[in-house]
Unconditional design. Structure first.
Length: 174
């Protein structure tokens, strides 16, 4: 069964680089302090708990929400990271349940433009830095301006072999 991804329109494609237009959507997110790997694991557990039933639906009962991809992590200032999952459209239309964990929030993300670069393997500090630099260069070459921090998007479960992994660095642009 395929995992749902947020829809987007590709405005421009150049090899592994894309300029995308995203409609608005809702994310379930949390902030975590610590190093990237540690924060990613802790943040994933919190938000996964929300979608797997750690919530309160309109009738007071928990609701299970389908997993979506990517799992996105971005710097949130200092030693903090923000991790989020995009909520599926079918659940959004019926009303999202309230998170049981106060450290998980629902946030409306308005329509936006993102530049993205795709790469495989693991999301190590070195691979993130390398692909972020490449994406920043591509953004400049396209005459665009960054409008926010880089986001690390991971599309696969932890058991996917490195050569089959899909990762992206995405940067909001104007």
């Amino acid at each position: 069964m395929a995992v749902a991804e947020p829809p987007f329109t590709i405005e421009r494609r150049d090899g592994d680089f894309e300029l995308r237009d995203y409609p608005g959507f809702v994310v379930a997110e949390t902030r975590v302090e610590g190093g990237f790997d540690e924060a990613s694991r802790a943040g994933f557990r919190r938000v996964a708990n929300y979608i797997f039933g750690g919530n309160v639906g309109p009738d007071g009962k928990p609701i299970k929400i389908a997993m979506t991809a990517p799992v996105t992590v971005e710097p949130a200032g200092g030693d903090q990271w923000r991790l989020h999952f995009v909520m599926p459209d079918d659940v959004r239309s019926t009303g999202l349940p309230k998170p049981a964990d106060p450290s998980v929030n629902l946030r409306e993300v308005p329509r936006h433009r993102m530049a993205a670069v795709r790469f495989g393997g693991f999301t190590t500090e070195a691979s993130i830095a390398e692909h972020t630099a490449k994406l920043r260069d591509w953004i400049a070459a396209q005459g665009l301006q960054p409008a926010g921090e880089p986001q690390i998007a991971r599309y696969n479960d932890p058991f996917t072999l490195p050569w089959n992994r899909r990762n992206e660095i995405m940067i909001p642009v104007r």
